[in-house]
Design a protein around this ligand. Structure first.
Ligand code: PMP
Length: 455
């Protein structure tokens, strides 16, 4: 596409290497350049308006024009724009936020550590657990089990935890001590005729076999998203978390719930751990923590995790870890106001109601020739597209059908993301019924157009 030389698109091509983009293709196509937001809508520099059906990156719970968050940031900026949390320093907003998060935790938690992205949080967790194992005199206990199709970030450690090929290929990852067990996707991975319960039993047995093969004394933790997000919105099959947790308890292996997408209402409860009766030792949080208005992430640890870490820092004299902007007062002030609004407006209940409406509309499309599976919980959903329902395959190369539908939706003013041939929907928690219907109506129209083209 030819852009005039000084246009934002041309300068974006000239100067900007993008995340999750084919750089050579970007040189040809450029980007959609967004300029402003209003509720669940965003607008580009040419005045095209889109309903943001992914809430940015699963994250903008309050939509794109919440003035109270802007005001909270401005107030804190004017009062104390920066403070760090190293060497016995703290600040009001980060203390308030730590207390708030501990009070919201669905299981007893002891301390919160602050970071700036989901990746940094998971990276830090891995480091602190190595530190903890050493503190406990168990230097052999350094392995962590993650899952195929799990997503935990892109730093060297967190990309290693991620179980997706494009996060490893050509990056020389994963690192040592990271193991991947099977994904919980019943529709894709179950044997013919295998029930959800039997599939969950099989996954738990596979996990146990992996633990025994590696040596239970070498495994320190298991990490999982209550509902997998970037791996395709994979809702766990019935009894899955119950059975996985029983195996972890048997071998005294810690459970890390990565709540980066699920946290703060997405699954219809404050945390995904509540939706699936998980009792994690550690919970990773980001995204909806601040509605992504500012970067912030955090993780909570229970007393069992905290104790040996505190002891080791005392032996050494310092916990030699931390980020300049971790516990940033402005990001913390925005997160606090964001959580206050989620509670005041009962947006968790809205997520439940609107999610039911959206998934209801998608379930009504199950007879459509391109719809393979509809899955979701709360206000997160995916529609898996196929061209052959029996074989559960799309006609073309993996991702081609999904890409076509996502592009057609964007042309109709709906931003979604395709994970290969699954179309993900994860709109802001503030969404209203008529906006849900707008997404569903346009999706149905696009499916019909694309079916006419490809079938
Ligand atoms: N964990 C999960 C479950 C995520 O979905 C993501 C981001 N999509 C991350 C971790 C990484 O977060 P970030 O992109 O902020 O590093």
């Amino acid at each position: 596409m030819a852009y005039s030389p000084n246009s934002p698109e041309a300068r974006d091509i000239a100067y900007h290497l993008h995340s999750y983009t084919d750089a050579r293709r970007h040189e040809e196509t450029g980007s959609v350049v967004l300029e402003k937001g209003d509720g669940v809508f965003v607008e580009d520099i040419h005045g095209n308006r889109y309903i943001e059906a992914m809430a940015g990156l699963w994250s903008v719970a309050l939509g794109f024009s919440e003035k109270r968050l802007a005001d909270a940031a401005a107030r804190q900026m004017a009062k104390l724009p920066f403070a760090h949390t190293f060497s016995y320093k703290s600040n009001g907003p980060v203390i308030d936020l730590a207390e708030k998060l501990i009070s919201l935790a669905p299981v007893p938690m002891s301390k919160v550590f602050f970071t700036n992205s989901g990746s940094e949080a998971n990276d830090t967790i891995l480091k602190l657990l190595w530190y903890r194992s050493n503190s406990m005199g168990q230097p052999q206990r350094k392995k962590i089990i993650s899952r195929v199709r799990g997503y935990h970030g892109v730093t060297i450690a967190s990309a290693s935890l991620t179980g997706l090929p494009n996060n490893h290929r050509s990056f020389d990852l994963p690192i040592a001590n990271v193991l991947h067990t099977g994904s919980p996707h019943h529709w894709k991975d179950a044997n013919p005729g295998e029930s959800e319960e039997d599939f969950a039993t099989r996954r738990a047995e596979e996990l146990e076999a992996m633990i025994l093969a590696e040596g239970p004394e070498t495994i320190m933790a298991f990490i999982g998203e209550p509902v997998m997000g970037a791996g395709g919105v994979v809702v766990p099959p019935a009894t899955y978390w119950e059975k996985i947790q029983a195996v972890l308890a048997k071998y005294d292996i810690l459970l890390i719930a990565d709540e980066v997408i699920c946290g703060f209402g997405r699954t219809g409860n404050m945390f995904g751990s509540q939706t699936y009766d998980m009792r994690p030792d550690i919970m990773t949080m980001s995204k909806q923590l601040s509605s992504s208005y500012l970067p912030i992430s955090a993780f909570m640890i229970n007393e069992k995790v905290y104790g040996p870490i505190a002891d080791e820092s005392h032996r050494i004299g310092v916990l030699g870890h931390g980020f300049t902007a971790g516990g940033h007062p402005v990001a913390s002030a925005v997160a606090l106001e964001n959580l206050k609004i989620i509670e005041e407006r009962d947006l968790v209940a809205n997520a439940r109601e609107m999610g039911e409406r959206l998934r209801g509309r998608f379930h009504a499309l199950e007879g459509h020739p391109l719809v393979g599976e509809v899955r979701g919980v709360g206000l997160i959903a995916a529609v898996e597209l196929v061209t052959n329902k029996e074989a559960k395959t799309a006609l073309e190369a993996p991702g081609a059908l999904g890409g076509k539908v996502a592009a057609a939706l964007q042309a109709r003013g709906v931003i979604v993301r395709n994970m290969l041939d699954a179309i993900a929907f994860c709109p802001p928690l503030i969404i209203k019924a008529e906006e849900v219907d707008m997404i569903a109506d346009r999706f149905e129209a696009v499916l019909n157009d694309v079916a006419a083209e490809v079938l």
